[in-house]
Each structure stands twice: as structure tokens, then as C-alpha cells.
Design a protein around this ligand. Structure first.
Ligand SMILES: Cc1cc2nc3c(=O)[nH]c(=O)nc-3n(C[C@H](O)[C@H](O)[C@H](O)COP(=O)(O)O)c2cc1C
Length: 165
């Protein structure tokens, strides 16, 4: 069973979160998307993606630079768990928008997506990331609610993530 965690981070917040979660899922290979070709994700069975939201609701730039490669990716029978970072105060209208976009992209690749979090447990005005009434992954706001990060990770791990990895 090949496992990988890929993070996309501007100043290291997503990196730190990725390094915290990966061992809890038995993932030893943790890479910066700058050093990894996303088209190679299909060589792995269990995939953790940790990506921050930037510039008005967009996926972090280094990840976005390779986003077109998902068009040719087949993630059938691959388990994917998503974590995104956002800021519910300074970016309250595009809160964690990267999550919904990542979810749609991975779903188009036929990935088996696992894990969710409850949008009512966060402080923000708007988000484009609600799917079927939930955040389809772990949304985090380390900038304003760092004290909730560990408990949010713990809760999310129990929404089918730990058992799937
Ligand atoms: C220029 C800039 C734009 C941002 N845009 C958004 C946004 O649209 N939505 C959001 O939820 N967070 C936004 N954020 C907040 C970041 O996602 C958050 O600070 C995150 O923790 C950064 O993680 P990183 O250091 O791993 O990139 C933005 C931050 C910056 C600096």
C-alpha cells in the first residue's frame, strides 16, 4: 500500500499541518508540491493533500500551476483525503474555497474521497466549499482558531479517514 502526503504552502502553515497529520495516517512520504509532479499521484493508493487558500479563493499557487495535469489523472480505487487552510476573518467571503475546488477536481478523477467537517463549527461569512451540506474534507483556520486545530483534526480523522488509510 503506497501512501503519500503532498502539501502546498506559502509561508508554512499548510506544511506544518501536513507534517502533523501524516504520521497519524501512517504516511512516511511527505512532499512539497514544488518538488513533486501531481501526475504521479496515480502511483499511490492513499493520498493526503494539504493545501492553503490564497488570492481570493484560489488554490495555492504552486499546486495551481499543475492543476491542468488532473485532467489526465485516473484516481480510480485511490483514497484521497483533503485538508485546506483559510482565514475566516480577513477572507471571510471566500473561506477555505480551495476545498470545494479540490474536491470537484478529485471527484472528476474518480477518486474515493474520505472525510468531512461541519461548516456550522466555523466562523466566516461565505464559502464555495460546501458539498452535500458539509465541508468535503478538513477545513482549518490556523490564523484565527489555532486552539481548535488539534480537536478538528481528531474529529475529522474519525469521519472515515483513519479507517480508510
Ligand atoms: C494574500 C492572501 C490571500 C488569502 N486568501 C484567502 C482566501 O481567499 N480564503 C481563505 O479562506 N483564506 C485566504 N488566505 C488565508 C490563508 O489561507 C491562510 O493564512 C493560511 O494559513 C496560509 O497557509 P500557508 O502559509 O500554508 O500558505 C489568504 C492569505 C493571504 C496571505
Amino acid at each position: 500500500m503506497k501512501k503519500i502526503a503532498v502539501y502546498a504552502s506559502n509561508i508554512g502553515v499548510a506544511k506544518g499541518v501536513c507534517e502533523k497529520i501524516a504520521p497519524q495516517l501512517g504516511i512516511e512520504k511527505v512532499v512539497d508540491v514544488k518538488d513533486f509532479a501531481l501526475k504521479d499521484l496515480q502511483d499511490f493508493d492513499k493520498i493526503l493533500l494539504v493545501v492553503s487558500t490564497h488570492v481570493v479563493g484560489e488554490i495555492q499557487k504552486d499546486f495551481n500551476a499543475q492543476i491542468d495535469d488532473f485532467k489526465d489523472l485516473d484516481l480510480t480505487d485511490k483514497t484521497v483525503a483533503l485538508v485546506t487552510l483559510g482565514n475566516g476573518v480577513t477572507n471571510s467571503d471566500t473561506f477555505n474555497d480551495a476545498l470545494g475546488e479540490l474536491y470537484d477536481i478529485c471527484e472528476d478523477c474518480d477518486a474515493t474521497l474520505v472525510g468531512h467537517s461541519d461548516p456550522s463549527e466555523y466562523t466566516y461569512d461565505n464559502t464555495a466549499s460546501i458539498r452535500n451540506g458539509v465541508f468535503p474534507g478538513l477545513a482549518l483556520d490556523v490564523d484565527n482558531e489555532a486552539h481548535l486545530t488539534d480537536s478538528r483534526i481528531e474529529k475529522w480523522l474519525e469521519t472515515g479517514v483513519k479507517s480508510a488509510f
